[in-house]
Design a binder for this molecule. Structure first.
Ligand code: KG4
Length: 340
């Protein structure tokens, strides 16, 4: 009999539900929350309220698009953390209640593991293109910047991570500072395509090993813009494309330098990226270019699987389910990775 898994994701500001059958995607529905745009960042209380409104229609839509009845489900996979506690509580409580009412198991998933497994979501009519184990994943989002060695679907080691801000935060905060809007990543990405990446130089951090730091570049940009604006109040407006291109190039250089180092140290040549920042066109181009130069096999997730989505939770949950894992109903969501 087929294993049909409903995935539920509610860790931040996207409410998402997806259905997979034996690892093949049947549906993936995402309701994004526009309410945060006016505040220049996610407001946790508003996010949980929006999840409460969205969760039932999103799950119903995912089941209906998949042509699956609740009674057909084998198990429910849900994001237990990390993320915003109030947001996680909505998805976790819903998953447990639905599992209880249908008398089927629930399986908790670490959100980050979902990103790691995004390349394993199989889709009808599309070629299967999955990395071999072990592979390296550059996991870059609004909350994380990590290099992860993935040995098997359920076995991975974090080789390096940020010691302060995540790279997505650097995009978002710097965009806000430059008055370009939120979320900053897509805006900077778009403007960067029109600019000269070599025009301005920003200081890069010197961090040992495979760890990252992105707080210094934020300060470097802040002082740069402040000083130039003091000389010419039109500086930002007249140079925003070049500033974005140069700033984005610096972030990509920082990310790639450590990824190259990790690939050399481990000898691993299958390299993937994941998380919201993996949608960045400059980073994607650079990964492919470095891969061609270094004999890597590179894997770029489809855009719809880069930001938060339940398809990746469903696929990770599927592997947990196959491994015999079942989550007790008294499990609570966790906001920090360290607690997971
Ligand atoms: O994975 P995600 O949807 O949420 C979590 O952080 O869990 O990632 C959101 C982050 C935001 O910081 C956003 O600015 C960034 O991903 N992002 C991008 C791009 N699209 C989204 N950053 C750079 N370039 C993009 N095209």
């Amino acid at each position: 009999m087929a294993d049909i898994i409903l995935g539920i994701e509610s860790s931040c500001d996207d409410t998402s539900a997806a259905v997979i059958r034996d690892g093949w995607l049947l549906s993936n529905v995402i309701a994004s929350q526009e309410v945060h745009r006016a505040y220049g960042g996610v407001v946790p209380e508003l996010a949980s309220r929006a999840h409460e409104l969205n969760i039932v229609p999103v799950v119903s839509e995912a089941l209906s698009r998949a042509c699956v009845k609740p009674s057909d489900l084998t198990a429910i996979a849900f994001t237990r953390g990390p993320g915003l506690l109030g947001s996680l509580l909505v998805g976790t409580s819903f998953a447990k209640a639905l599992g209880l009412s249908l008398d089927i198991p629930v399986v908790m998933v670490n959100h980050l593991q979902g990103h790691l497994m995004a390349d394993f979501i199989r889709q009808e009519g599309k070629p299967v293109n999955e990395p071999g184990f072990p592979f390296l994943c550059l996991l870059v989002s609004g909350g994380n910047s990590q290099i992860v060695k993935v040995d098997a679907p359920l076995s991975y080691t974090i080789l390096g991570q940020t010691i302060d801000d995540a790279v997505g935060e650097a995009f978002d905060k710097c965009s806000k500072m430059m008055g370009l809007g939120y979320p900053g990543g897509p805006v900077i990405d778009r403007l960067a395509k029109l600019g000269d990446p070599g025009r301005f130089k920003f200081a890069k951090p010197h961090i040992s090993g495979l760890d990252y730091s992105f707080s210094g570049i934020k300060t470097s940009l802040l002082y740069f813009v402040r000083d130039e604006m003091a000389r010419d109040p039109q500086f930002m407006e007249n140079n925003k494309e070049d500033i974005c291109a140069s700033f984005q190039k610096t972030l990509i250089d920082i990310l790639m330098d450590k990824l190259i180092k990790a690939a050399k140290q481990t000898g691993i040549k299958d390299i993937t990226i994941g998380g919201g920042v993996s949608a960045n066109s400059g980073l994607r181009e650079r990964l492919v270019a470095e891969g061609n130069k270094r004999g890597w096999r590179t894997f770029l997730p489809e855009f719809k699987f880069t930001t938060d989505n339940a398809a990746m939770i469903a696929i990770a949950g599927y592997y947990h389910y196959l491994a015999g894992e079942r989550t007790p109903l008294d499990v609570a969501p966790v906001s920090r990775l360290a607690d997971f």
